[in-house]
Design a protein around this ligand. Structure first.
Ligand SMILES: [Zn+2]
Length: 368
């Protein structure tokens, strides 16, 4: 079964730590031994050979930069103080993806159109279907990258969105912390006038709206306002995190809103999002994979079907090996979800939908 992962900050890692994702996660871990990288971001979960063994066909690859007020040290070099600086850093990350795919077309490919998506899926599903596909798959299959912008602070004005669309960005999340568009994680608040203007232009161009990190109030307002596709690429249900007061998680009202709009939710295998009170540095052994399955099941139970849940791992986005459930060593281990969902009574088709099919169907709706 193919996996689609709706959130990985690849460019941020490449620029911040020099991680070379054409190599294996184990290789990158060895290279980083003796550095402080594991302290800042844990050991990597990602690498091309692991994408192959885990059948990770598609990744929503982010443009992500940190507002200076959240910057945690010298190492954290992608911090911006204003829109102009954020704009420059986002562009730098676009260039990173262009280079990654340009220099390693057999390993990574940008997916900007429906035609590119179908071509890629053909290679993954049936390598011998065409000569070209067979050629590509001889040494493995290229991983598709769908570009997604997290935070949106690098957009100087809505008119500029045309340019981002041209460069291949297909999803935008207007929040990380609070932004000038809306309230966000740790910084609650509503949609702003500028936020509504952004959404208007996003819809005109056909972007998918990512509610992850939006404060509940802003998310509900956006659900009322945005006529286009709505998803939460990486977020877990607050209802299963008893005692948590973080506005980073999805409230039932937001979950219901997303489901009513035929949206999608990517569940996150991060211990701090699976067990209330767990923080980076705590014992990894205290969290098993069960709560991740419960998060997936929670969305499916509310929906009454398996068409709205998926994976948004966020691996390497501020956490890695030391902060994920026992049993998950690299991204390839997400395939273990198949057996666990099956034990819970999920049918094979539903499991395939959750691991990747649901994201693929949403991409088919949104890609030009
Ligand atoms: Zn995030």
């Amino acid at each position: 079964m193919l996996i689609v992962d709706a959130h990985q900050d690849l460019a941020w890692n490449i620029l911040t730590f020099g991680r070379d994702y054409t190599k294996s996660a184990l290789h990158i871990r060895r290279e980083e031994q003796g550095t402080l990288y594991a302290l800042y971001n844990d050991d990597t979960m990602l690498g091309w050979p692991e994408y192959q063994s885990g059948q990770v066909a598609l990744i929503f690859a982010t443009l992500f930069v940190t507002p200076a007020r959240f910057c945690t040290g010298e190492w954290d070099r992608l911090c911006y103080v204003d829109t102009l600086q954020a704009n420059r850093m986002y562009r730098e990350q676009l260039d990173v993806y262009d280079r990654l795919a340009g220099e390693n077309p057999e390993k990574f490919q940008l997916v900007r159109t429906l035609a590119e998506l179908e071509k890629l899926l053909k290679v993954w599903k049936n390598p011998s279907a065409s000569n070209e596909a067979a050629d590509l798959s001889r040494d493995g299959r290229p991983v598709g990258l769908v570009l997604s912008m997290e935070g949106a602070e690098g957009v100087r004005h809505p008119g500029e969105l045309e340019e981002w669309w041209e460069r291949g960005v297909r999803l935008i999340g207007p929040a990380w912390g609070g932004t000038r568009f809306c309230g966000g994680t740790l910084e609650p608040g509503p949609m702003t006038a500028e936020g509504y203007a952004l959404l208007e232009k996003m819809h005109e161009l056909g972007f998918s709206l990512d509610l992850s990190h939006m404060d509940e109030l802003a998310a509900l307002q956006a659900l009322d306002f945005y006529p286009g596709q709505i998803i939460a690429s990486h977020g877990n249900a607050l209802a299963l995190l008893k005692g948590s007061e973080s506005n980073r998680h999805l409230t039932d009202r937001v979950i219901h809103g997303i489901l009513e709009r035929d949206g999608m939710i990517g569940l996150v295998p991060f211990n701090a999002f699976l067990k209330t009170g767990w923080k980076r540095g705590d014992r990894r052994e205290d969290v098993h994979i069960g709560p991740l399955v419960s998060q997936i099941d929670y969305i499916c139970q509310i929906a009454g079907n398996a068409h709205h849940a998926g994976i948004g791992s966020d691996f390497d986005g501020g956490f890695g090996l030391q902060s994920v459930p026992i049993g998950i060593d690299t991204i390839a281990d997400l395939q273990k979800l198949a057996a666990l969902l099956s034990e819970k009574g999920y049918a094979t088709d539903d499991i395939a939908a959750i691991l990747g099919g649901n994201w693929i169907s949403r991409l088919r709706q949104v890609l030009p």
